[in-house]
Design a protein. Structure first.
Length: 344
């Protein structure tokens, strides 16, 4: 089974995956709406404190809005021309106006926005604009009207204040950033969808890291366990008699555990004679010396059960024999080989 398949068998991961699917389905209409939402072509929104005037063009009433009314150097002055919808006549807005900062913004068939940049302080006269009306249909008969709108005179204020002087310079920013417009429904949908996906990804990552930390360490090889146990058994100073007898019992236990782990011999449940018989019958198959097993077990039983006199030098030699047997039979290079837990 693949890692993804094993992951999905866990209940928490299945719940997280199902929640991510439901969230994606729930957010898909909002994301589709985000792609269909039309953004207003006027960058800064509607003008505030605009100068509004009305003019007659035939039977139509033309509204002219100019704002802001108190611009500063660097501001964008917008002139909005709006005509009501008529069944008999249509308005032709001017397309070539001198001094325009950029092409006219088409709001609808009945409304245009013209933008001018306030470059320097003082009086600024906006150019005149000519509007024309004509019959709505080619076969209709009616007069053609023309309206010339004179541009108002605006006073552009300087960004300098009364406290400014040549001997007291300060930083002047000519163009001020436009105010932030409110987010649309589509943009809020994209933000919500991205947040849900990010939180789901972080949660799944945390679960994967937590599961990886819970994974148990790899088991140590039998020879490494035996060699570490022998290293822990070595005395820090002189051997005492009680310590010698305990060491012989531990040496026999280390040998039995090694045979069981390395060659699958049930040494823990066998007597010494049964274990020796098993070792001699399987020595050729596994390639180890059964005579060494007999030597170590006989020496340990002599101290444990026959009240033999323990000898420190003989004990250390017995440990050296066991160490050489483990290295030869297990292929270990040193007690530090491998990773994970300690001696058994």
């Amino acid at each position: 089974m693949t890692p993804t398949g094993r992951l999905m068998r866990t209940g928490w991961y299945r719940v997280a995956f199902r929640a991510a699917q439901i969230g994606a389905v729930a957010l898909s209409p909002l994301l589709l709406l985000a792609g269909c939402t039309r953004e207003s072509p006027v960058r800064d929104g509607a003008e505030s404190a605009a100068l509004v005037t009305h003019h007659r063009l035939g039977e139509l009433s033309i509204e002219m809005r100019v704002g802001p009314t108190e611009p500063r150097v660097g501001d964008v002055i917008r002139v909005t021309l709006a005509a009501p919808q008529s069944d008999h006549a249509e308005v032709e807005f001017p397309s070539d106006v001198p001094g325009l900062a950029r092409p006219p913004v088409v709001i609808s068939a009945h409304e245009r926005v013209y933008e001018f940049d306030a470059i320097e302080s003082g009086e600024m006269v906006l150019p005149a604009m000519v509007l024309r009306s004509r019959p709505r249909f080619a076969e209709a008969v009616g007069p053609h009207s023309e309206l010339r709108l004179e541009g108002p005179v605006l006073r552009i204020r300087s960004v300098l204040s009364e406290t400014d002087a040549p001997d007291r310079p300060r930083e002047i920013i000519g163009v001020r950033p436009a105010p932030l417009r409110p987010l649309t429904v589509g943009e809020w949908s994209l933000i919500a969808g991205g947040t849900v996906l990010a939180v789901s990804g972080l949660w799944l990552t945390a679960l994967l890291i937590r599961r990886a930390r819970r994974r148990p360490p790899a088991p140590l090889p039998p020879d490494v366990i035996a060699l570490r146990a022998l290293s822990a058994l070595a005395p820090g100073g002189r051997w005492e008699e009680s310590r010698l007898r305990e060491a012989h019992g531990r040496i026999a236990a280390i040998l039995r555990e090694f045979l069981q782990r390395r060659f699958s011999i049930g040494a823990a449940d066998m007597t010494t004679n049964e274990l020796l018989a098993q070792a001699e019958s399987r020595a050729a198959e596994h390639g180890f010396d059964a005579g060494v097993v007999r030597l170590i077990l006989t020496a340990c039983d002599a101290v444990k059960y026959a009240a033999g006199a323990p000898d420190p030098r003989a004990t250390e030699e017995l440990m050296s024999v066991l160490r050489a047997f483990v290295v030869s039979a297990g292929g270990a290079a040193s007690p530090d080989r491998g990773s994970g837990g300690g001696a058994a």
